[in-house]
Ligand binder design. Structure first.
Ligand code: GLU
Length: 479
């Protein structure tokens, strides 16, 4: 069997959206699983949709996410150039060959004539008018330099059938396909032509792309057949939905890989999650590295039905990666987000980070999890009331001065010492330890829910600040 070669063929029309990245990922996984090559090709023949800077975004995103290609515009390879606009002359040459072979023809119809073919709804169906032109007429037109396009010659009858490796046998009636343009009047090919020429010339064995191309594939097959080229295998991928009705799309401004990285999702979790959008492993584990995904990937795990993008699940996965990350990497990734917090520079960095480590799913939660440390002031004394923790306002009023006294005597201001001191105090006073801890927490934070326990927070705040806050709370309860 020939070496597997897959390709990712994005159009540079903005950022790389999640659906695009999933297509790239599956192309990568399929190639790597079979010891093959994964190729990047930039499809920039639609100049109207070209967005400056987007080619660079494609390179950066693929590199950054680890979906690295073996051949491509910026890495080279034996089948280049890998940017379609640099292959322009080649397409014209092949289009002429296709004309010779009866698969295409010159069309000289002007705008007015084309307009006149539109029905009431504005839909156009070309009537094969120029297919009937005599050879001499065509030559004369060309010699006179009349503008032309090259159209595909679709048979008027018959059915195009092929086998998709996900969707099975697909058949399209030729009468439902029009003689689409292959070469535009500016000499540029359309996607419909360029994808065929390039996939053939680049030796692509498996074409992996979205289902929007499922029904146009028969017309590409007509070209493969007319050229006498072997058709590739086709793997069409189910759409990714935002919800039951709407597709996830960059046109709607839906988030991209880059956005999610900026929001603080662990990169590996994004790749891991998008692998699961349309594919399920046979194992029960969903958390998989790129290497594990490669080992487990198989076509029979690809679903036919659309999958819904679930950000909550991706968040969860990101949290799992954070929990398992080594200390050094966590610090490196968390630091830029910690810097955005009000508390940055005011407390011990490592302690702040260990406070949030198991409490966040994405890095951008860091500031909101820590800002409470800086937000101490007037609060509602009813917070001391907590039945579950066996705490009441009355109890707080009695115990808080004793807590203060005990803490004042501590010299080794660490979480462990503080905890031992408060537990000791609760035993002496014969009250529940959770009550003492609850009262301490409210007294030093003024909040019922925070990251970290009372003594953990006290350690961070330091002795002076902790005692100052307790004084404030004693005063508040005494009013
Ligand atoms: N340039 C096409 C797109 O971005 C590629 C489709 C394909 O993979 O053949 O949709």
């Amino acid at each position: 069997m020939a070496k597997v070669r897959t390709r990712f063929a994005p159009s540079p029309t903005g950022y790389l959206h999640i659906g695009g990245l999933r297509t790239a990922l599956y192309g990568y996984l399929y190639a790597k699983k079979h010891g093959g090559d994964f190729i990047l090709r930039i499809e920039d023949t639609d100049t109207a949709r070209y967005v400056d800077g987007s080619v660079q975004i494609i390179y950066d995103t693929l590199r950054d996410s680890g979906i690295m290609y073996d051949e491509g515009p910026d890495v080279g390879g034996n089948y280049g150039p890998y940017i379609q606009s640099e292959r322009k002359d080649l397409y014209l040459k092949y289009a002429k060959e296709l004309i010779e072979k009866g698969g295409a023809y010159y069309c000289f119809c002007d705008k007015e004539r084309i307009e006149s073919l539109k029905d009431e709804d504005g839909n156009l169906r070309y009537d094969k008018h120029c297919l009937k032109l005599k050879k001499e007429e065509i030559e004369k037109n060309l010699a006179e330099g009349r503008p032309y396009v090259i159209r595909q010659n679709i048979p008027e009858h018959g059915v195009g059938t092929y086998h998709d490796l996900v969707y099975g046998d697909i058949s399209v009636d030729y009468k439902d396909i029009e003689d689409g343009i292959l070469i535009k009047s500016d000499g540029m090919p359309t996607y419909n032509f360029a994808n065929v020429v390039d996939d053939h010339l680049m030796g692509i064995t498996h074409v992996i792309r979205g289902t929007e191309y499922l029904s146009s594939t028969p017309k590409y097959n007509l070209m493969y057949d007319a050229f006498g080229w072997e058709r590739p295998e086709y793997i069409h991928l189910p759409p990714i939905m935002k919800d039951a009705q709407h597709k996830l799309s960059k046109r709607n401004g839906d988030a991209s890989y880059e956005d999610f990285v900026k929001k603080g999702f662990v990169k590996e979790s994004i790749v891991n999650y998008i692998a699961l959008l349309g594919w399920s492993p046979k194992t029960n584990t969903e958390k998989m590295s790129l290497k594990e995904l490669t080992e487990n990937f198989s076509l029979d795990g690809i679903n036919k039905s659309p999958s819904i993008f679930d950000e909550t699940k991706m968040r969860w996965l990101s949290g799992e990666y954070i929990k398992e990350m080594d200390e050094q990497k966590f610090k490196e990734l968390a630091l830029p987000f910690l810097k955005a917090s009000k508390v940055y520079g005011k407390y011990d960095e490592d302690k702040l980070l260990s406070l949030v480590r198991t409490r966040i799913q994405i890095f951008s939660e860091i500031p909101e999890k820590l800002d409470f440390l800086e937000e101490f002031g007037e609060y509602d004394r009813a917070l001391f009331v907590n039945e579950k923790q066996k705490s009441s306002e009355e109890l707080a009023k009695n115990v808080l001065p004793k807590i203060k006294e005990r803490l004042e005597s501590i010299t080794d201001w660490t979480n462990a010492e503080l905890f031992a001191a408060l537990v000791g105090l609760s035993a002496e006073l014969e009250i529940k330890k959770q009550a003492v801890l609850w009262i301490s927490r409210i007294a030093i934070t003024g909040k019922s829910a925070t990251a970290g326990g009372a003594t953990e927070i006290a350690e961070l705040l330091g002795k002076e600040e902790t005692l100052k806050r307790i004084d404030f709370s004693i005063d508040l309860l005494g009013r």
